[in-house]
Design a protein around this ligand. Structure first.
Ligand code: ADP
Length: 302
């Protein structure tokens, strides 16, 4: 599998033939690498150099709201005037098309590139846009997963982006591993968890995954954290525990905040109406914004 190992911003103009930056790993064919693999690796490097910030959203297990956070993060950054791409690498159950009401959308091609589906300036790519039948069960073996993720990164015409947000399936398997290996230098991971103490083991695994891959942890978000009554505004804890904050403190990584359970979040996901846009005045939206503000501030201090 071709990996990119760009360790610095080389100011890539996209023309490897006339480039003199020797620190760029794509400048030379590797021993034993075929001409075709070398060309593909150069193409991947060029695509990735056009994207300033790359953030992967991870969770230890499914159903904790990882895709919800990824969508709202991407939409929010886009509303803040950033050029944003949202990549769904969940090949078994891509949910981003549903969450953005793009279920019927199909990716088009242009020359050798695949064009992302655009929604109000946000560039979105998901395997869901390439599959004929979203209900068919495809049996993906490890190397096939890597191959398809590589194509989604390399063959999609992302153009120049400020941010790429990557929604990865839960756990520490092939998909997040491929993303990190293929992209090389990334800003890091936003980790999503829920308050229950029982979720701590999952967070520990995800933290260890980041440590082993030298992937910085941007921070932990605790989702489904309490319920704010829409009538009286009183906050009630539904799940006991303080897992996100406790784990962040123990690991010495930033705690980005708590997002409450809000029926409007679930409704927004089901109807494909991005919550942060359609419910911007609510307390839940303010909590989302506080998380996103910290991610943006990080960029300013980079
Ligand atoms: P994951 O990506 O971790 O599997 P999803 O983002 O798909 O999780 O969310 C799982 C379900 O929980 C979705 O139906 C979503 O609408 C709902 N959900 C996520 N976060 C919240 C929240 N804060 N309040 C209410 N429902 C939520």
């Amino acid at each position: 599998m071709p990996e990119t190992k760009v360790t610095e911003d080389t100011g890539c103009g996209g023309n490897c033939d006339s480039c003199a930056v020797s620190s760029c790993d794509a400048s030379e064919q590797r021993p034993g690498e075929s001409a075709d693999d070398f060309a593909k690796r150069q193409q991947l490097t060029k695509r990735m150099l056009g994207i300033k910030h790359k953030i992967v959203v991870l969770s230890g297990k499914g159903g904790v709201g990882k895709s919800t956070i990824a969508v709202n993060l991407a939409v929010s950054l886009s509303l803040a005037g950033k050029k944003v791409g949202l990549l769904d690498v969940d090949i078994h159950g891509p949910s981003i098309p549903t969450m953005l009401n793009l279920e019927g959308a199909r990716a088009q091609s242009s020359g050798n590139s695949i064009l992302p589906v655009e929604m109000a300036g946000l560039k979105v790519m998901s395997l869901g846009f390439l599959l004929e039948n979203k209900d068919s069960a495809i049996i993906w073996r490890g190397p096939m997963k890597m191959g398809v993720i590589e194509q989604l990164l390399r063959d999609v015409d992302w153009g120049e982006l400020d941010y790429m947000i990557i929604d990865s399936p839960p756990g520490t398997g092939d998909e997040p591993l491929s993303v990190v290996q293929l992209i090389g230098k990334m800003d890091g991971a936003v980790m999503v968890t829920t308050p229950q103490d029982v979720a701590a083991a999952d967070v520990r695994k995800s933290l260890d995954f980041c440590r082993q891959l030298n992937l910085p942890v941007i921070g932990i978000v605790e989702n489904m954290s309490g319920f704010i009554c829409p009538d009286c505004g009183k906050e009630t804890a539904i799940f006991a525990g303080n897992n996100g904050e406790t784990m962040a403190e123990a690991a010495g990584v930033p705690f980005l905040g708590k997002i409450p359970i809000d029926p409007a979040v679930g409704k927004a996901c089901d109807t494909g109406a991005p919550f942060i846009y359609h419910y911007s005045k609510t307390e839940t939206a303010k909590r989302f914004e506080s998380v996103i503000k910290q991610i943006l501030e990080r960029e300013e201090t980079d």
